[in-house]
Write a protein that binds this ligand. Structure first.
Ligand code: 5AD
Ligand code: FES
Length: 365
């Protein structure tokens, strides 16, 4: 049954057809969706924005995702790994700037030297000011044991995007082999949830072969898994990757941006209390992209703290925003930008997912 946008925006539970209708809005109706998502966010989470200082630990990667600039087959970049001291310095800077949390992201490796190293780094970061920094990891697929080891060392949030919840599309954007296995990825997300991480997942928006039907299923997947955090950003074709050949067949930049914002806004209606990041990819295709994502319902920003000399080699996609900005510049820039759109950065706090915290309290009752 067709409903007016006003009726849809008041519905308590969005069915798949409702979601598809919201994702198909444009013009004034799309603005009404953003406005409603903002209202829902303010009543659930206030106007707070949480920060995580992003540390891009290493671009060495054993995988070859067909969209990603750090894929192992790309020989046009220099491979680096930060030293332990560099990581700890980044974390100290995050603490000094009042960000409250760090996020460690890396190309995927699963050898023991790597996983042990991460454990050591988590412990060292936990030593800063009596464990005052929250730690998010984004280190790909690992065994249950490794996930548990890192959790016990002090990490409490983990991001692992599903990239697409549609198995066919998943294999159009990844090689189909034992290193890129859709079911393994699902199993990893389940493992993270059961270990007790605040678990985040997400997708890219505007991929070749992606449809509104698939995008609606992505949102339903997040709801079914009851995740604590979601990250969604526009797909940006990278010239040194196989998917670049579809660059002229995907929706134009403006459409990818709008669809990303509609995904964020619709999910905010479906999951009012989760954390949603305004991905850097938004800002890469639109100078106001991060602000737009915040105004469509996102509530987290991950300012980059990676030492500038390495950033050119962590270009997952081309023309990444802020590559040449110094951390201190980002700091004041962000504060001003957020105030300008009626938001308030919450400093010196972990900024946990309210959805997760409430669920945990309920299960312990
Ligand atoms: N465009 C946009 N996002 C990308 N990512 C990887 N490559 C691209 C790209 N070309 C995203 C993936 C990954 C996250 C770290 O970056 O979703 O999970
Ligand atoms: Fe490194 Fe996808 S290319 S995890």
């Amino acid at each position: 049954m067709f409903m007016t946008i006003r009726e849809l925006l008041e519905k308590q539970y969005l069915e798949k057809d409702d979601i598809k209708q919201l994702l198909a809005t444009s013009g004034e109706e799309m603005q009404m969706l953003f406005h409603k998502a903002q209202e829902v966010k303010f009543s659930a989470l206030d106007n707070f924005v949480h920060l995580r200082g992003l540390i891009e630990y290493s671009n060495k990667c054993r995988k070859s995702c067909l969209y990603c600039g750090v894929r192992s087959n790309n020989t046009n970049i220099e491979r680096y790994t930060l030293t332990d001291d560099e990581v700890v310095e980044c974390a100290k800077l995050s603490h000094k700037l009042g960000y409250g949390s760090v996020a460690i992201q890396s190309g995927e490796r699963s050898d023991k030297a790597f996983t042990d190293k991460i454990t050591t780094l988590i412990k060292r970061i936990k030593e800063i000011d009596g464990g005052s920094l929250g730690i998010t990891l984004s280190l790909g697929e690992q065994s249950d044991e490794v996930y548990r080891e890192w959790f016990e060392a002090g990490a409490h949030r983990y991001l692992l995007r599903i990239e697409s919840s549609n198995e066919d599309l998943y294999y159009k954007i990844h090689p189909h082999d034992e290193r890129h296995d859709f079911h393994k990825r699902l199993a990893c997300i389940d493992s993270l949830l059961s270990i007790g991480y605040q678990t985040g997942t997400g997708v890219m928006v505007g991929l070749p072969f992606q449809t509104i039907d698939i995008l609606a299923d992505d949102l339903i997947f997040f709801r079914q898994k009851d995740v604590a955090m979601v990250g969604m950003g526009p797909f940006i074709p990278h010239p040194d990757t196989p998917l670049y050949k579809y660059a002229d067949q995907i929706p134009p930049v403006q459409e990818r941006m709008d669809m990303t914002l509609k995904m964020i806004a619709t999910l905010r209606l479906m999951m009012p209390e989760i954390n949603m990041v305004a991905a850097t990819a938004n800002q890469t295709i639109d100078p106001m992209g991060r602000e737009k994502a915040i105004m469509a319902g996102a509530n987290v920003i991950m300012p980059n703290l990676t030492p500038n000399e390495y950033r050119e080699d962590y270009l997952i996609y081309p023309d990444k925003a802020c590559v040449s900005d110094k951390p201190e510049e980002c700091f004041s820039c962000l504060d001003i930008r957020m105030k300008a759109i009626g938001h308030k950065i919450l400093y010196n706090a972990w900024g946990d997912s309210v959805a997760f915290t409430k669920k945990k309290a309920k299960s312990e009752r």
